[in-house]
Design a protein around this ligand. Structure first.
Ligand code: CTP
Length: 398
């Protein structure tokens, strides 16, 4: 519930993307926000107010002259933490840039006392028109926030910039607005996912890892203001758009990519979330291995892979180094050993049963002891890891 206790006013203006505002409203409410909706007459041509009323559980404000509301543009702006306009048409952008107040939505924007985030949606030519470019520049200069637009296919058949950003991404921008930027200016390098060590063109050995916890940590780090690079083994999960992703397959490739990043981009933090294969086959057969008649066993000789976390920890190149340990027995004891042997600042230890699950029950092990966390979602755990990381980095600054 990242938006618990936040009061948001959602303005919907008249564009074909108005239907996506329903999904945005649903996501905001799901994230714990208290949302009121105001809409223009043009927006009501695309989606009826009843939909927004049902999703928000509150009456929808549409009319400046509603006899039931005294000065609606003044009462709507009260006690709000943020106003989000999605979709924001060229028309409302022009009005907001020039202080025009000729309907309920534009009047409320002019009377606002809180920050404003506009999520533009319009035809590519309208977006590129010098008048819109001027208006957007004016609004940015006034401190108005923008989420999108995106480029792609448009409802009118044109292709280009002007599509409404996807509701889930607008939600991320809203969450980022409310998250204090505790990692502002910091660079985070992560490993993620499993590695795959082939012994013939169609087979190999791998570890269990969905990449979900890494994706959640990357999203939390980005919200906290960090620049994030993920060196990832093969996963199906999608990483945040703002993260730079370097796809790899084998542990050795992951190691080379990490060393290159350390040398070229000097990250402040390393987080080893990957389930790196400890061993790889000594030999690789260029042809597929065939079963021999009467063969019951197959012996594959393995050789040790480099320990990436240990390399980064002992290199002293990062101010904070965090590792993970998925254990079946003696969780605290094993994590403490890994903290020392890998020269890490913190080990997040969790039961091996968390692999592939949406929930996690972890403990944070540092040289100061062990801190057990509640059973939580991977997103909640990610937030706690980022807070702990910010503390580690703060302690490094004397
Ligand atoms: N790790 C790594 N490189 C490896 C092995 C592990 O970077 N070759 C990192 C993982 O990303 C994780 C941490 O080390 O952050 C712990 O990994 P784990 O596999 O649990 O520990 P191991 O060192 O392999 O120890 P063991 O298998 O004995 O439990």
């Amino acid at each position: 519930m990242s938006l618990q206790g936040k009061h948001i006013l959602l303005g919907v203006t008249g564009g074909i993307a108005a239907y996506k505002a329903c999904e945005l409203l649903r996501l905001l409410v799901k994230a714990g926000a208290d949302v009121e909706v105001m809409m223009t007459k043009a927006a009501a041509q695309f989606v009826g107010p009843l939909t927004f009323e049902t999703l928000s559980g509150k009456p929808v404000a549409e009319d400046m002259w509603d006899p039931k509301m005294r000065l609606p543009h003044i009462s709507l702006r009260k006690n709000k933490d943020l106003i989000v306009v999605a979709p924001a048409t060229a028309n409302i952008i022009a009005k907001a840039a020039n202080g025009i107040a000729d309907d309920l939505v534009s009047s409320t924007l002019l009377a606002r006392e809180c920050p404003l985030m506009l999520c533009p949606a319009m035809n590519v030519q309208m977006w590129r028109n010098p008048a819109t470019v001027r208006n957007v520049r004016t609004l940015k200069g006034d401190g108005v926030l923008f989420s999108g637009p995106e480029a792609g296919n448009q409802a009118c058949g044109d292709v280009g910039e002007g599509r409404l950003r996807e509701p889930a991404q607008i939600l991320e921008d809203v969450e980022a607005f409310f998250t204090p930027s505790i990692l502002s200016g910091k660079k985070v390098l992560m490993t993620a996912g499993p590695t795959f060590e082939p012994f013939d063109p169609v087979r190999g050995i791998t570890n269990g890892s969905s990449g979900r916890q890494a994706a959640a940590i990357a999203a939390a780090a980005i919200r906290a203001g960090a620049e994030v690079t993920i060196v990832s083994g093969p996963v199906c999960v999608s990483y945040p758009d703002k993260a730079a992703v370097i796809p790899v397959r084998q542990a050795q490739e992951m190691f080379e990519a990490v060393k290159k990043e350390l040398a070229e981009h000097t990250p402040d933090t390393f987080i080893g979330v990957a389930a790196v294969g400890d061993w790889r086959p000594v030999e690789y057969s260029e042809s597929k291995l065939k079963k021999e008649k009467g063969q019951d066993t197959l012996t594959i000789k393995l050789i040790k892979n480099p320990d990436i976390l240990s390399y980064v920890g002992h290199s002293g190149l990062c101010s904070a180094v965090i590792g993970f340990a998925a254990e079946t027995d003696n969780l605290a004891e094993n994590a403490r050993k890994k903290l020392d042997s890998k020269a890490a600042d913190m080990i997040v230890v969790n039961p091996a049963s968390a692999i592939g699950s949406t929930q996690n029950q972890a403990s944070f092990v540092t040289k100061n002891g062990i801190e057990a966390k509640e059973l939580s979602s991977k997103a909640e755990l990610a937030e706690e890891i980022i807070e702990a990381l910010a503390d580690l980095l703060k302690k490094r600054v004397i």
